[in-house]
Design a protein around this ligand. Sequence first.
Ligand SMILES: *Cc1c(COP(=O)(O)O)cnc(C)c1O
Ligand code: SF4
Length: 323
Amino acid sequence: MPDGFVTPKPATIRNIGALIEAGLADNHTRAVLDAVAARYAIAIPPALAALITAPDDPIGLQFIPHPGELTVAPHELADPVADEALSPIPGIVHRYPDRALLKPLLACPVYCRFCFRREQVGPEGGLLTDAELETAFGYLGGQTGIREVILTGGDPLILSPRRLSFILNRLSKISNIEVLRIHTRAPIADPALVTDALADALDIKTPLFIALHANHSSELTPAVQMALEKLQRRGIPILGQTVLLAGVNDSEAALGELFRAMLRARIKPYYLHQLDAAPGTARFHVSPERGREILANLRGKISGTALPTYIYDRPGGLGKIPL
Ligand SMILES: *Cc1c(COP(=O)(O)O)cnc(C)c1O
Ligand code: SF4
């Protein structure tokens, strides 16, 4: 079809000019936001931009760059969970004896302003070469205590179905690996990414769990639910991961609504993460006391199956502990 016969699809917002054009930032903040953009990647795909009703609503806050990102508090760390120190070879993070992370790439379909890996992720980011992947498979097979491999990144679900299929099939042939997991935000950032080909690539014999990162009930749109159903119909259980964020979900009403929306979408709320102290994220901080209070108030009001574990990943690679 010649150009101009179809309405052009809105593009992903990737710079401050596009952000201003979309009415999500003011021209007078342009210089400071350009400085933020020079430091941290920006991507707001159309599916998420459509949910933003104001820059400071729960969706806008998560994805629109903010001048506060240039202010680094003394306790904030470039690598708060010590991925680097726990990485024996490129792409692998091995902290716990029975499970390891495999990061096949460091790009995401959307960049969250509070991301704990914000100094590492970005559009050019860290696509493992074939040789690096082979070395990673060798490591995972050589460490026979590893039972579970967690694909994370970046977002593994933006890989082509062919590449994903290759990686999953190779992992499933390693005899010590019993279970696979994928951490993703892709079905929310761009539900159209979840094609039948992608769902087929995930439809493997080895048990595969998906942990979906969602922070507000409005992220679980009908299109997102349809994308998730494609995976669920293939027997893939979906877990919910949420970051407790000031202004986004730090209330009983917001978290209660999110967890109930997850159950309606057949998602089991798994973890509520205490925010990791990545650079320039102080505006999202909620105290552990307040987090505990919200969860305690929800207990008894909503189904026990809707309640996640409130978890804190201690700085320096000390590992996760329940709060
Ligand atoms: C969070 C994390 C995991 C997964 O932990 P679970 O408690 O099993 O969800 C594994 N390895 C590393 C390095 C992690 O940071
Ligand atoms: S999708 Fe995950 S890895 Fe990517 S920017 Fe958001 S929090 Fe970070």
